[in-house]
Ligand binder design. Structure first.
Ligand code: ADP
Ligand code: MN
Ligand code: MN
Ligand code: MN
Ligand code: MN
Length: 335
């Protein structure tokens, strides 16, 4: 069984299964397929075929054996990328800048909800738990919720070869984080999307819903982000800090363009409170969790390393995030 997975028109994932006659060793052995794009908001009803082209495959942690998960790009019948295929251009940008060996590590925050749409474990009837404080990296009943789902997801990602590098319980109860990376170039978007697919799929087994909303509960509750850690070969080498500082100068005038692709509803999260920066102004600083970009203290001390773009919202598309960062720092594609 090959589970063909694609990104739909509303930032979600869809999938359907194809029987293949023998074990598949490489993604090029898999045929192109198609789906009804009018049912997913990706095509008009009178010209509804959208083509799905396999681009990456992973062992299937649920079906086991030779069964696989297949990540696909979406293509229109006229041979152009579908409107929601952000991978195509990002892959070209990564390819054009391969010499910089760009690494990305993303911190995916999310919230688990019960069937009625309220955070899992919160008092019934839309009640609230006690104020934030005991929950971040919490241990014990009443401090963390749904650890079973989180553990199952972590193990599933490891089985599939997704470069998941850790997990932690977040500041708001029923909110969690996992990290993917470091990955090189386009691999980050591929691994992050597969990790999202697995999160939805595994939460489904437990009757829980996953929300990537950047501010799921209004008020004094932390929002959810997708902190994006970035380094190039030059930044990681001796004296790399000057390359990091040069990148900051490039990022500064492009705040508006970046925020445009850093997720929907991000204005409710980037308020300057709850460890966020202001949405209208680019700032950066060492160890500053209230800045748009933070340089980790250890990197400043060593004079090399990476930077953390704290602006992306949890629901942003990793291909769009990593694509615009590369475009801003190294320039766009030649016409
Ligand atoms: P935080 O302290 O912000 O919570 P985390 O430990 O959650 O940080 O996440 C840090 C992320 O940065 C991880 O995904 C890790 O893989 C990534 N990372 C570490 N070093 C680099 C690097 N040189 N370039 C890019 N990403 C990196
Ligand atoms: Mn049918
Ligand atoms: Mn983190
Ligand atoms: Mn976090
Ligand atoms: Mn972070």
């Amino acid at each position: 069984m090959a589970e063909y997975i694609w990104i739909d028109g509303s930032n979600g994932v869809r999938s359907k299964t194809k029987t293949v006659s023998k074990a598949v060793k490489s993604v090029d052995e898999l045929p192109e397929w198609n789906f009804d794009g009018s049912s997913t908001g990706q095509a008009p009803g009178d010209n509804s075929d959208v083509y799905i082209r396999p681009v990456a495959m992973f062992p299937d942690p649920l079906r086991l054996g030779d069964n696989i998960l297949v990540l696909c790009e979406t293509w229109d019948p006229d041979g152009t990328p579908n409107k929601f295929n952000y991978r195509h251009e990002a892959a070209r940008l990564m390819e054009a800048n391969a010499e910089h060996e760009i690494w990305f590590g993303l911190e995916q925050e999310y919230t688990l909800l019960g069937a009625e749409g309220w955070p899992y474990g919160w008092p019934a009837g839309r009640g609230y738990p006690g104020p934030q404080g005991p929950y971040y990296c919490g241990v014990g009943t009443g401090k963390v919720f749904c650890r079973d789902i989180v553990e199952a997801h972590y193990k599933a990602c490891l089985y599939s070869g997704i470069k998941i590098s850790g997990i932690n319980a977040e500041v708001m109860p029923a909110q969690w984080e996992y990290q993917v990376g470091p990955c090189v170039g386009i691999e980050l978007g591929d691994h992050l999307w597969m990790s999202r697919f697995l999160l939805h799929r595994i939460a489904e087994e437990f009757g829980a819903k996953v929300t990537f909303a950047p501010k799921p509960i209004p008020g004094d509750w932390n929002g959810a982000g997708l902190h994006t850690n970035v380094s190039s070969k030059e930044m990681r080498e001796e004296g790399g800090m000057k390359h990091i500082e040069a990148a900051m100068k490039k990022l500064e005038p492009r705040q508006v363009e970046h925020i445009k692709v850093y997720g929907e509803g991000n204005a409710d999260r980037l308020t300057g409170k709850h460890e966020t920066g202001n949405i209208d102004k680019f700032t950066w600083g060492v160890a500053d969790r209230g800045a748009s970009v933070r340089i980790p203290r250890s990197c400043a001390r060593e004079g090399k390393g990476y930077f953390e773009d704290r602006r992306p919202a949890s629901n942003a598309d990793p291909y769009q995030i990593t694509g615009i960062i590369v475009e801003t720092i190294y320039g766009g594609l030649p016409p």
